[in-house]
Design a protein around this ligand. Structure first.
Ligand code: SF4
Ligand code: SF4
Length: 451
């Protein structure tokens, strides 16, 4: 099948990174962490307020000075506006100290997945890729970070490479992004500057590895299996902050959309309610909010807050999708799929609302990147990637429920087998006791006859 792509994005001036007024309260989800400060405590900006309970969780730092209130699974911070003390720069001497620094500073991937960076970087890498391919239309947060902090970023990359020593370091940019290429051309030094295909989702991990190595990842294969690590450009900025002694507690967010009064890129504290951003930068006519990008994102849930994966907030005046109509089987969606899936078939095989889900009926859902390329071209306006996201969540919930049921059945069978073995032993003891009693009785009877 001839592959098609959705139109390349136009790169324009992202403008400076600006600030918005702080929200009255920040809601910091604890997810996999426990609060290490008391309810009602006053904390400084950058102070560690929660520690991980799982190996894949990171500590949480107060984005601002303020008072802490502990609620169910959320740490609520009421900022006081107090100044924070200047950070102390860190000088990790080797890889171990460097990875410990990233962990302690809570550095997570800012490209969307939020995976702890210290678990990705390690010595012995064949290739380290700095992913500056921000191919999603409307999003320019990485571009704004690149343009405002280019020298810091290159200096941090130099230190990072010295500390982990990858065989090759590549900075990947969209081939159409002349602004980024011009900026990096004179500064990249020994790092290879590579063009990625100018089409969404060229910046996804799998597409980028295929483009840079010429050897696509197998289904389910992770870059780490090839000794390749990818870090997003904004994550590199967070690593620069960690070297300066500043933990990850904010990120640059693109705020845009037809109901946004002042579109641009803003440095926003984690835990800031999305509703606060809509209040500051939207008008009364905001009727829907998408987070995470126009193509890959989804409608913001009530109470949603800014976190590492909040690349963008789109404030919309109308409901984002046209009225969806049934699939007309036109096949337009298949040629744009970067993973060679057939979105139409995937749609037909989605779990039904009555819970009829099986892995065999949904073989492509795990491979779907949720990139939204199929949604962008669908003439029936079917929100395919939203449906695939929901379908995958249902499928994973079903798998987890099935696994729990299997474990419960195995436990029950083990108990039943133990009960059966115990009953058999008891019966055996009884039988043996009876045999002994019978034998005794026989002996006694025989003795009686002799006398
Ligand atoms: S959302 Fe999934 S099915 Fe649709 S184009 Fe992207 S990878 Fe393919
Ligand atoms: S593009 Fe839309 S209408 Fe056409 S086959 Fe795919 S899902 Fe159906």
């Amino acid at each position: 099948m001839t592959r098609a792509t959705i139109p390349a994005k136009a790169y324009t001036d992202p403008g400076p990174v600006r600030a918005i007024p702080d929200a009255d309260t920040l809601n910091l989800p604890l997810a996999g962490r426990f609060a290490c400060v008391a309810d009602g405590a006053w904390v400084d900006a950058d102070e560690t307020v929660a520690l991980p309970t799982r190996p894949d969780a990171l500590p949480l730092h107060a984005p601002l000075a303020g008072a802490v209130h502990l609620a169910d699974d959320v740490l609520v911070l009421t900022p006081t506006g107090a100044e924070s003390s200047p950070p102390a720069p860190a000088r990790p001497a080797d890889t171990i100290e460097f990875l410990a620094l990233l962990r302690d500073m809570g550095v997570a991937g800012l490209g969307g997945a939020g995976f702890p960076t210290h678990l990705k970087l390690r010595p012995g890498l064949d290739m380290l890729i700095v992913n500056a391919v921000e191919c999603e239309p409307g999003v320019s947060a990485d571009q704004a970070v690149l343009e405002s902090r280019i020298d810091e970023l290159i200096a941090a990359l130099d230190r990072l490479v010295d500390l982990i020593g990858p065989a090759e370091t590549v900075i990947a940019v969209d081939g159409h992004n002349a602004r980024a290429k011009d900026l990096l051309a004179s500064r990249a030094g020994a790092f290879r500057l590579a063009d990625a295909p100018a089409a969404h989702p060229a910046g996804s991990e799998r597409q980028l590895v295929a483009a840079l190595t010429g050897n696509p990842l197998a289904p389910g294969e992770r870059p780490a299996a090839r000794r390749i690590a990818l870090i997003n450009l904004s994550t590199l900025a967070a690593i620069a902050d960690a070297f300066d002694g500043r933990p990850m507690s904010h990120r640059v967010v693109t705020v845009h959309g037809d109901a946004c009064s002042d579109p641009g890129n803003f440095r926003i504290a984690f835990g800031t309610p999305i509703a606060h951003i809509a209040n500051v930068l939207g008008g009364d006519d905001v009727t829907a909010i998408r987070t995470g990008g126009s193509l890959t994102g989804s409608l913001a849930a009530p109470g949603a807050v800014v976190g590492p994966g909040t690349l963008a907030v789109e404030l919309l005046r109308h409901t984002p999708a046209r009225e969806a109509v049934p699939c007309i089987r036109c096949g337009v969606c298949a040629p744009v799929c970067p993973e060679q899936l057939n979105p139409q078939r995937l749609l037909e095989s989605l779990p039904s609302p009555n819970g009829d889900t099986t892995d065999s009926r949904n073989p492509g859902l795990d491979a779907c990147l949720l990139c939204g390329a199929c949604t962008a071209v669908c003439p029936s306006a079917i929100p395919l990637n939203d449906l695939f996201r929901a379908g995958r969540a249902a499928l994973r919930a079903e798998r987890a429920a099935n696994a729990a049921a299997d474990r419960a059945r195995e436990r029950f069978e083990r108990h039943a087998a133990r009960d059966r073995a115990r009953a058999a032993r008891r019966a055996e003891r009884l039988r043996s006791r009876r045999q002994k009693a019978d034998a005794k009785a026989l002996i006694a009877a025989a003795k009686g006859r002799r006398t």
